[in-house]
Every structure is written in C-alpha cells, then in structure tokens.
Design a protein around this ligand. Structure first.
Ligand code: PLP
Length: 397
C-alpha cells in the first residue's frame, strides 16, 4: 500500500479510481496495461529526454531569486518552467503523451482546454509529430482566449467550440470524453492535468516529475543537498504541483505548501478553492473533491486565473491534503495580482497569474532565514497581459 502515491488500483487513499462509461472500458484498460511499460522503456526515455532537452529547452533553470529572498527573509529558488517552449510546464506532459500515443499506434489526438494553454501545448506536439488534432474548448473560453485559439489553428489543430452547460472547461472535457467514446480505436485523449480516470493522474504526474528530478540535481549543486525545506506550487488540476513534489513525497522533512485559487474569497461564492470547499464526488472519471451544491450539482468555479478554475482537483492532491502531507492555502485574486507585480518589479520576471498564486504564499506564511524554499514558477505571464493591464489600470504602478 502506497502511503502518498497511487496504489495498484489507481487510488490515492479514498480518492481516484476509474469511473468511466462502459464504452471506454477497453481504451482505459489498454492504456492502464501499457503506460508503465512504455514510460519505463529505455527507448521511450531516450526520445522523451532528447525532446525535453532540444525542443522544450530543459533542464529549466533553478534560479536563486535574491531580491525576493531578501524581502521575505529566506532563501527562495524559482524553478523556471516559464522558460519552457510554449511558456509553461504543460509541454512536459504533452511531449510524453504524444510519444506514447504513437507507440500505441494512434493516429488522432483529442484534448480539452480551458484557457487554451493545454490546447496550444497539444497542438504544438501534434504539429511536431504530424498527428491529427482536435481541441474541445468551451465557447465562452473561445471568445475570451482568442490568441490561443489563433495559435492552435495556426499549428493545424481543429478547435471545436462547445456550447453546452456554462460553455467552459468542464463542458469541453465532457465533449472530449464523448468524442473518445465514438472513436476509441484510432484516438488518444491527451488530458492536460493530473485528473481523469486512472491511469491519467499517475501518468501525468510521472511525465511532470522531471521537474522534481531536476530540482534534486540542481539543489545538490547549489546547496550541497538534494532536499529543500519547503516546496511551493499552485494547484488547478494539480500537474505542476505533482511534478514539483513527486520525488520528495516520501521525505516528510520536505514540507509541501500548495496554493489554490480563492477568487474573491473562500466564502464569497466566487471561488475555485476546491480543497477548502469541495465535497467528495465523481467528476470526469475520478473520485475526488468537487465544488458542488447540496444536491450534488457541480458549481461553476471562479478565479481571475483561467488555468485554476476547475471545479475538481486531482485525486493525489485531495489525498495529500486529507492526510496532512500538504498544507493548502487559499489565495485570492487580489493577493495573486499583488504577488505578480511584486515578482515583476523585484526580479524582472512577469509570471503567469496561476503561478502568482504560489508566489502569494510568501504574503501568508512566515519562513526562517535558514529555510531553503523552492517554488515552481509554472508559466510566464505573456498570455495574461490584458488581465494585468485591466487590473492595474486604476493603480499608480
Ligand atoms: C494550466 C496551468 C496551471 C494549472 O494546472 P495544473 O495542472 O494544476 O498545474 C498552472 N500554471 C500554469 C502556468 C498553467 O498554464
């Protein structure tokens, strides 16, 4: 029985599993039976690491942020996932899954996307590997995120606007699942986070675990030890966080602090703080914490950050929070935006608004001068410029 990681049935404690319609059973079973073998195959690893190095630009630097450290009185390293090709950690996962899909003989790729970041990362690897690519995206998001829609289309993907429900990420995911049901033999579904039915959460966590693998090597070089005192990351579905903590899970002296999006406040009714507010239920094939009403209707989440407003949370993170392995802080829009401006002015790095939620942890929690803290800077802020400009317009910055 695994203490913190997935067990052989696909569960993290009482969370996880694979709750899927019968028509997908063969697909998911097939994936489950091959993914570990493929991911551990030396020729897969060779191809995966070569692309991560020469195409994505890995290893991403571990950067000692001196002015940020001085301000908060501890030693802060930023793991620079923002420097990856396409601007975030998501490409680590899509590179791995596209190689896997090809090895499974698939010719067609589908994906869901909210803000469009995962859609762009998927369209990118499909162009690279000459695969047909269909991306489902809520019609509301298609309108809000036109630059990413344009990128996906330029990369050769077909973007399908979804008009059911609230026309956002949850609805796009439902539509992608529907497509997979209709095209089970030639299609691989690239899920963008540590969510969905087993084996997706584990598979995505493993593909993102290159982050913690590199942190260990880089910390050893810079600090003479492989383990930090604290790891900090933001959680939407949980993939950058899973990648950041993966190789430290069993070393309990390494404390884990995760930031989820509180929107306008945990109790405001406009939030995406799933771990604080969620109740157990099943969403997109997985048993986890979900924002839902008394009668089990999924509630529409809200956050200023499009990448964090998912009504569920990866089962790994539901479990780690429940057993106390991680501490989860709720960060409001205002706290995240303040942290974004602070990093920009102190270090000359404009972070993604998602990553800014992780940065806001420094405003909530005090660290000791000798603490070594590694924070996953999951993405860059280019995509968020419009939101930043609008938000700070009234201010004196
Ligand atoms: C998508 C995204 C996230 C949230 O997804 P996780 O799976 O929780 O990592 C965080 N940061 C950035 C920059 C993103 O694009």
């Amino acid at each position: 029985m695994e203490k913190f990681n997935v067990d052989s049935h696909g569960f993290y404690g009482r969370f996880g599993g694979a709750y899927i319609p019968e028509i997908l059973y063969d697909n998911v079973e097939n994936l489950k039976s091959v993914y570990l073998e493929v991911l551990n195959d030396p020729s897969f690893r060779e191809e995966y690491y070569a692309l991560l190095r020469d195409y994505v630009g890995r290893p991403s630097p571990l950067y000692l942020a001196k002015r940020l450290s001085a301000k908060y009185g501890c030693k802060i390293y930023l793991k620079r996932e923002d420097l990856n090709h396409t601007g975030a950690h998501k490409i680590n996962n899509t590179i791995g899954q596209i190689i896997l899909a090809r090895r499974m003989g698939k010719t067609r790729i589908i994906a869901e996307t909210g803000a469009g970041q995962h859609g762009v990362a998927t369209a990118t690897v499909c162009a690279l590997m000459d695969m047909e690519c269909v991306v489902y995206m809520g019609a509301t998001d298609v309108e809000r995120q036109s630059l990413n829609v344009q990128k996906m289309e330029m990369l050769g993907a077909k973007v399908v606007p979804v008009t059911s429900g609230n026309m956002t990420l949850k609805d796009a995911t439902n539509e992608a699942i529907r497509d997979w049901c209709c095209n089970p033999s030639d299609t691989h579904y690239i899920i963008g986070s540590t969510v969905g039915p087993h084996p997706y959460p584990d598979m995505v966590a493993r593909l993102q675990s290159v982050i913690s693998e590199e942190i260990r090597t880089q910390l050893l070089e810079k600090e003479g030890r492989e383990t930090p005192d604290y790891l900090i990351a933001c959680v939407g579905g949980g993939s950058n966080a899973a990648g950041t903590i993966y190789h430290f899970l069993d070393e309990e002296q390494v404390k884990i602090i995760l930031a989820e999006a509180a929107g306008k406040g945990v109790d405001s009714g406009e939030s995406a703080a799933t771990i604080h507010l969620g109740k157990v239920g099943i969403i997109h094939g997985s048993k986890t914490l979900i924002m839902q009403s008394e009668d089990g209707q999924i509630e529409e989440p809200y956050s200023i950050s499009a990448g964090l407003d998912y009504p569920g949370i990866g089962p790994m993170h539901a479990h780690l929070a429940e057993v106390g392995r991680s501490q989860v802080l709720a960060v409001t829009d205002d706290e995240a935006m303040t942290a974004a401006m602070e990093l920009t002015r102190l270090e000359g790095i404009i972070p993604a608004i998602e990553s800014s939620h992780a940065l806001a942890v420094f405003g909530q929690k005090k660290f000791k001068p000798e603490d070594v803290v590694v924070l996953c800077l999951s993405g860059r802020g280019d995509k968020d410029m419009e939101t930043f400009v609008k938000y700070f317009k009234a201010d004196s910055y």
